[in-house]
Design a protein around this ligand. Structure first.
Ligand SMILES: Cc1cc2nc3c(=O)[nH]c(=O)nc-3n(C[C@H](O)[C@H](O)[C@H](O)COP(=O)(O)OP(=O)(O)OC[C@H]3O[C@@H](n4cnc5c(N)ncnc54)[C@H](O)[C@@H]3O)c2cc1C
Length: 421
């Protein structure tokens, strides 16, 4: 097996070399890690588990499996957190508010702690900024707001309704015309997305996991067992279990059963300049925000005020489609900026990105056996909210694959549903 050495790994994965080299230096200082069993595969083309896809879901699953002492190969066609991947953006939100979907809130409460612990373990590399989030509402709010309020209060997550005048006093950078109140969640934050994928894959390698840069496809099958996968490098890898965590690629890699069970909508994100003499839009002076169906983040690490839109929700091919925002989208993003952030009128658009995620029929994640191959696990369906949960889902997947007990409510929620689009 072609284990990438550190230099090649950095080169291929397209990460920020100086930052990761720095991180690597700090991490090497704490080696050797004695807390895990460093069992290496006797024959590197035969492993206990092959994980296909090094995004938020596959990367974390591979790391947890390796930390359990299994021999694991992690394979990605373009590299961890690559530019085409759903996990490949600069930043992703971590929020506890999930409306009525309490199981995700419960996971996030634990995820907050785990992200902080991993950041600490990996030498303080910034992966998680605790920004807080302010949502702006008209009188009565929305149904989802009311459900969130009930669930967060029940689970003891700090949340606060702030009256209009107090919002105006605390957050003068927002235009509050037509707004009656704000809802503030201090626990919410921002995760550094592609940096996180890279850090996970690095730790996986450091702990003895094998990362391979290659495109994989299912190979020989015997009865209800997949025997091996074949790689674009010409290699084959056999394993006891296979985890296909290919995100928006799942319908291509496993057309049976994933065709029509996921859609891959196009999404665009925008970063606008903030004035050098006005720090009200920069973390920690500005929280994450959400209003009029759009959410965004303060300027973090000098990137500019970011927001994500759902304009032009059309199917997107993650391999071949070009990632250019349209003039229409730029116009509508500018309208949003001018309306809600009057002090940023005239600031330049610094950056824009087009990406895609994959949505399942019920917006729930999918973790289930392949219907025809018992040792194949299908992991995906991030549905636009998966990144923050990778740190929990990876653990859950590792437990399922190794036959450990898991919460039946989660098992039912993540079951591959019969419905199709
Ligand atoms: C614009 C946008 C905003 C979002 N906002 C948030 C947010 O604020 N908070 C949040 O929690 N989530 C958010 N999400 C969702 C979140 O990013 C995704 O749910 C999550 O990153 C999905 O991770 P994944 O590992 O399933 O998929 P991916 O990250 O896409 O990873 C799949 C990997 O599989 C690899 N692969 C595919 N096919 C093969 C093959 N044949 N062989 C080898 N490798 C292969 C790919 O190269 C890729 O790296 C957002 C997504 C987008 C696009």
């Amino acid at each position: 097996m072609d284990k990438l050495n550190r230099r090649r790994f950095l080169k291929y994965s397209g990460g920020n070399i100086s930052l990761m080299a720095l991180a690597g230096k700090r991490l090497e200082a704490s080696e050797p890690m004695k807390s895990i069993n460093h069992r290496q595969a006797a024959n590197p083309s035969t492993v206990d588990v092959a994980v296909i896809g090094a995004g938020a879901f596959g990367g974390w699953a591979a790391l947890y499996l390796r930390e359990m002492g299994l021999s694991v190969a992690l394979i990605d066609a373009y590299g961890p957190g690559n530019a085409r991947a759903a996990s490949g953006g600069e930043t992703r939100q971590i929020r506890a508010g999930y409306g009525e979907r309490e199981i995700y809130t419960r996971w996030v409460i634990e995820a907050f702690k785990r992200w902080e612990a991993r950041q600490e373990e990996w030498g303080g590399l910034p992966l998680f900024y605790r920004t807080g989030q302010l949502s702006l509402y008209r009188e009565g709010g929305s149904r989802s707001f009311r459900a969130t309020q009930t669930v967060l209060t029940k689970l003891g997550v700090e949340n606060e309704v702030i009256e209009h005048d107090e919002v105006a006093r605390q957050y003068p950078q927002f235009n509050l015309d037509g707004i009656d109140f704000g809802y503030y969640l201090p626990s919410t934050g921002v995760l550094m997305a592609r940096r996180g994928c890279f850090a996970v894959a690095e730790d996986f390698q450091r702990k003895g996991g094998e990362f391979i840069l290659a495109k994989a496809k299912p190979g020989r099958q015997a009865g209800r067992q997949l025997q091996e996968i074949t790689l674009s490098t010409g290699q084959t890898i056999s394993a006891e279990n296979f985890v296909f965590a290919c995100g928006p690629w799942l319908p291509k890699v496993l057309p049976n059963p994933m065709k029509d069970r996921l859609v891959t909508p196009r999404r665009s994100t925008f970063w606008y300049g903030v004035p050098p003499d006005d720090n009200r839009f920069t973390h920690p002076n500005c929280p994450n925000f959400s209003m009029a169906g759009v959410y965004g983040f303060p300027s973090i690490e000098g990137r500019g005020l970011k927001f994500a839109t759902v304009y032009d929700s059309i199917p997107f091919d993650p391999d071949t489609d070009e990632r250019l925002v349209t003039e229409n989208e730029v116009g509508r993003a500018r309208e949003f900026l001018d309306k809600w952030f009057p002090a940023l009128r005239g600031q330049p658009l610094l950056e824009s990105r087009v990406c895609q995620y994959e949505t399942s029929v019920d917006d729930n994640f999918i973790v289930d056996h392949h219907p025809d191959m018992e040792n194949v696990w299908i992991v995906g369906g991030g549905s636009g909210h998966g990144y923050k949960h990778g740190i929990m889902l990876g653990d859950y997947v590792a437990r399922r694959v190794t036959g450990q007990a898991t919460d039946p409510e989660l098992d039912a929620t993540f079951k591959l549903k019969a419905e199709t689009f």
